[in-house]
Write a protein that binds this ligand. Structure first.
Ligand SMILES: N[C@@H](CCC(=O)N[C@@H](CS)C(=O)NCC(=O)O)C(=O)O
Length: 209
């Protein structure tokens, strides 16, 4: 009895309040209205609970009873399958594969550059990665205007992944200019979603105050 009583019945997410990988996970949680304890990890010391279960000592890390997941991509895909409503991936295998391709490209091209910012600390994104990130986002401008959301009529895991980057543009010191109304409208649409508002940590809220 005590074993069962001591078992966590609610999922737990270890999350960093300013991290893009944690942020996309929090957006998915809010979108699906999932009941979860979020442990916000601030500063360099990680909780022992986390270090015991995640050999990479990274955030976010999700614990769902006996299941431990790390890597935000693994986590968000699990959440979408475990809590199917609203679905955040298309059903058809070809479109699904295209969405996975988009996720891969965003992780390779944008997240890798944004991670350099996180590693260097506030205000210190070197000129080159900053320019590369800006140009890479602008190169995708047409994809923002095809449909209401990124290559989709419905809000998806791709939007959950793009939003943390776009939200941080002022923090990164990146100005996309006045010639990209499709991206501006996309940002308004995504940032106005109640789930997006709910996903924001206090530190993230301050990024656009
Ligand atoms: N590919 C991993 C990357 C996660 C990652 O790099 N997280 C950073 C925080 S943004 C981290 O855990 N760094 C060590 C730390 O914050 O202590 C994922 O998507 O979850």
């Amino acid at each position: 009895m005590s074993v069962i009583a001591n078992r966590r019945s609610v999922m737990n997410l270890f999350s960093r309040p300013t991290c893009i990988h944690s942020h996309r996970t929090r957006i998915v949680l809010a979108e699906k209205n999932i009941n979860i304890d979020i442990t916000s990890v601030v500063g360099p010391d990680l909780p022992e609970d986390l270090m015991d279960v995640n050999p990479y000592h990274t955030l976010p890390t999700l614990i769902d009873r006996d299941l431990v997941l790390y890597d935000s991509r693994v986590i968000i895909e699990y959440l979408d399958e475990r809590f199917p409503h609203p679905p955040l991936m298309p059903v058809d295998p070809v479109t699904r594969a295209q969405f996975r391709m988009a996720l891969y490209r965003i992780e390779q091209d944008w997240y890798s550059l944004a991670d350099k910012f996180a590693a260097n600390g506030e205000g210190k994104l070197a000129t080159k990665p900053k320019k590369m990130l800006r140009e890479s986002i602008l190169a995708a401008v047409d994809l923002f205007s095809i449909k209401s959301y990124f290559i989709s009529d419905d809000f998806s895991l791709v939007d959950c992944t793009i939003a943390p980057i776009l939200w941080r543009l002022p923090e990164y010191g990146i100005d996309l200019g006045s010639n990209v109304p499709s991206i501006d409208k996309y940002m308004d649409r995504v940032f106005d979603r109640p789930s997006f508002r709910e996903s924001l940590s206090e530190l993230e809220q301050e990024m656009r105050l």
